[in-house]
Design a protein around this ligand. Structure first.
Ligand SMILES: [Cu+2]
Length: 506
């Protein structure tokens, strides 16, 4: 061994000894984190002493609402009471899912406290629950983030306390085995720990949280849909959603603001699996507090929200219109539900933007805030086996918009030489071929009303049998076409007889 190596060895040993002495000292006297000079992190400075004044009951809100600012200049004892409820809710129109929730909503209730607060956390598990649950708050400094002290059987309550040492926007979640399943069923939410000065005032604060969901049936397949463990393990999400349901932030449920307002979005991602590329179409984030931390980046288009992580975005809305919130992993937005809306009202400022409103050709049936009552009625009728031709055509009209109209146009006339007409088309005479065209697409030369086309219609196998039946019933009863009904059974039969090899989508 040469001398250099020896020196290094000695230095390491000396360090070890010093370290042991230090920790022995630390054990002996009370830890005064507030006086530590060694770390600049918030937790080192975040113990502002014992809670002052009477205990305060925390105000909890359901998404997309956010509790009011804490507005306090001292740490307090804050009591949080949260109840776990397992309940059936719609994950998409006509699709029922058994969610496990913190506070009855997905995501769970929003909690807002101040750095230095001591939180007395009461976790209740509703007597009607089938499962035990607990809570792991990422705002907690301590083993399991609270999970180890909050395992709660149905009909029971657990209480534990923690001091919020670090400011930031934190995810909370259930951490009961099988953890992935509890999270996949909607067991997550956000807790905001304000820094002592609070956050800058804005006109609107909203709570948006993404999650991925795994059902046995495919996207929008109606009825009760159980959780699919295998799909979850494979990270093959059926739905990717904001606030636990397709349409939770669409139409009447859209977030709202007026031109000139400042907006702050508290954005979380519960996962369990997917990372979100959070984007608002037509808006640039003035500030982004990446990962929910203390520093901001400016002028951001798309920001990553990790699974089990968060982000705070702030922006001013300068023009009126509908701004679309999406996960920019774009199939998730248009084919799995990760789409919300911020509706901004006010005067058009042509110096900034001359354009027209986002139209439904671009948004397709995702835009159907107003069409929702029709879909609700038709779904119910169809499930009862009582849908009339008119019902089917009404639902089909909504689905046709965007799905088919981008090419065949709203009036069914297509575009000369490019997209054949489906208004008074002689191709419609063979119903089976029409169904097959939608499920499997068509390519190569075809002749429609004596005109030759040689193009490609992409397969639409992602549509469900009822959706195709409704669209085609609408087509057969529009623009002077011959009429008649296309039934779910007829679509199912064609899908079955033209099934693609195992592994391919059907
Ligand atoms: Cu749970």
């Amino acid at each position: 061994m040469n001398t250099k190596a020896l020196v290094i060895l000695f230095a390491a040993a000396a360090l070890l000894v010093a370290h042991n002495v230090e920790s022995a000292e630390a054990d002996a006297k009370p830890i005064v984190i507030a006086q530590s000079q060694e770390f600049s992190g918030g937790s080192a400075r975040g113990d502002f002493g014992p809670p002052q004044g009477d205990p305060i009951q925390a105000i909890l809100t359901s998404p997309p609402e956010v509790p009011p600012p804490v507005n306090r200049d001292h740490p307090a004892r804050v009591i949080v009471e949260l109840e776990v409820v397992e309940k059936d809710m719609q994950i998409s129109e006509g699709v029922n899912y058994r969610f496990w929730t913190f506070g009855g909503t997905v995501p769970g209730s929003f909690i807002r406290i101040r750095q230095g607060d001591t939180v007395e956390f009461h976790l209740r598990n509703h007597p009607g629950s089938k499962m035990p649950h607990n809570i792991d708050l990422h705002a907690v400094t301590g083993s399991g983030g609270g999970a180890t002290s909050s395992f709660t059987a149905p009909g029971h309550e657990s209480v534990f306390s923690f001091k919020a040492l670090s400011p930031g926007l934190f995810v909370y979640q259930c951490a009961t085995m099988p953890v992935g399943m509890h999270v996949a069923n909607g067991m997550y939410g956000l807790i905001l720990v304000e820094p002592p000065g609070g956050l800058e005032p804005v006109d609107h604060e909203y709570y948006v949280m993404q999650g991925d969901f795994y059902t046995v049936g495919k996207y929008r397949e109606k009825g009760n849909q159980p959780f699919d463990m295998q799909k979850a393990i494979e990270e093959n999400a059926t739905y990717v959603l904001f606030n636990g349901a397709e349409g939770a932030l669409v139409g009447e449920n859209a977030l709202k603001a007026k031109v000139g307002d400042t907006v702050r979005l508290f954005v979380g991602n519960g996962g369990p699996n997917l990372v979100s590329s959070f984007h608002v179409i037509g808006e640039i984030f003035d500030k982004v507090y990446s990962e929910g931390g203390s520093h901001f980046q400016e002028n951001v288009q798309t920001t990553l929200v990790p699974a089990g992580g968060s982000v705070i975005t702030e922006f001013r809305v300068e023009t009126p219109g509908t701004f679309i919130l999406i996960d920019h992993s774009i199939f998730r937005a248009f084919n799995k539900g990760a789409l919300g809306m911020l509706k901004v009202e006010g005067e058009l400022n042509k110096e900034i933007y001359t354009g027209k409103e986002v139209d439904n050709v671009y948004l397709s049936d995702k835009a159907v805030g107003e069409g929702a009552p029709v879909m609700v009625q038709v779904t119910a009728a169809q499930q009862a086996g009582q849908a009339t031709l008119e019902d089917q055509a009404a639902a089909g009209a909504i689905l046709f918009n965007g799905t088919c109209s981008v090419c065949h146009q709203n009036n069914g006339m297509g575009l000369p030489g490019v997209f054949p007409p489906i208004a008074r088309s002689d191709f419609l005479a063979d119903k089976k071929s029409v169904i097959e065209a939608v499920i499997n697409g068509i390519s190569g030369p075809i002749t429609v009303n004596d005109e030759d086309y040689n193009s490609v219609m992409p397969p639409m196998s992602h549509l469900n049998d009822d959706e195709i039946a409704n669209i085609l019933t609408y087509v057969y009863n529009s623009w002077g076409n011959p009429g008649g009904v296309v039934s779910i059974d007829e679509v199912a039969a064609v899908r079955e007889s033209t099934r693609r090899p195992a592994g391919a989508a059907n």
